[in-house]
Design a protein around this ligand. Structure first.
Ligand SMILES: Nc1ncnc2c1ncn2[C@@H]1O[C@H](COP(=O)(O)OP(=O)(O)OP(=O)(O)O)[C@@H](O)[C@H]1O
Length: 117
C-alpha cells in the first residue's frame, strides 16, 4: 500500500483529535483543564520550568486518554460481546489514565502551592 503524503497523514491525525473532542466527554473536560491551566500560567506568572511542567502533565493526561479510547475502540471492534479478557484490557487502559491524572494532580498542586501561598 502506498504511504500517504505527509500533509495527508497530518490531516488523518487531526481528524482523530477532532473525533476525540466531539465524542469523548472525558477528553473535552481534559481540554478544558488544559485551557484553565494556560490561564493560570499567565495569571500566576509561573516561571519557565513550572509552565513547561504544567503543560507536560496536561499533555500526558490527554495522550493517555487518546490511547485509552483507541484501545477501547479496538476492543469493541474485535469483541463486541462481553468477554472477561476484553474487560481486563479495558480496565488496564483506564488504569493508565487514572495514574496519569493522579500524577498530574500531585504535580499541579505542588507547583501552584508555591504561587498561591
Ligand atoms: N466487552 C466487554 N467485556 C467485558 N467487560 C467490558 C466490556 N466492555 C466494557 N467492559 C467493562 O466495562 C468498563 C467500561 O468500559 P467502556 O468501554 O464502557 O469504557 P467507558 O466507560 O466508555 O470508558 P471511558 O469513560 O474511558 O470512555 C471496562 O473497563 C470493563 O471493565
Amino acid at each position: 500500500m502506498k504511504k500517504p503524503v505527509f500533509y495527508k497523514s497530518l490531516g488523518f491525525a487531526f481528524k482523530g483529535l477532532i473525533w476525540m473532542f466531539k465524542n469523548e466527554r472525558n477528553f473535552q473536560l481534559e481540554v478544558i483543564a488544559l485551557f484553565v491551566n494556560i490561564i493560570l500560567i499567565f495569571a500566576l506568572k509561573l516561571n519557565h520550568l513550572d509552565s513547561i511542567l504544567i503543560l507536560l502533565i496536561c499533555g500526558f493526561v490527554l495522550v493517555s486518554e487518546i490511547l485509552n479510547t483507541a484501545i477501547e475502540k479496538l476492543c469493541d471492534f474485535v469483541e463486541p460481546k462481553f468477554h472477561t479478557k476484553i474487560g481486563i484490557i479495558k480496565d488496564i487502559a483506564a488504569g493508565a489514565v487514572l495514574l496519569a491524572t493522579i500524577f498530574a494532580v500531585i504535580v499541579g498542586i505542588s507547583i501552584y502551592w508555591n504561587y498561591i501561598f
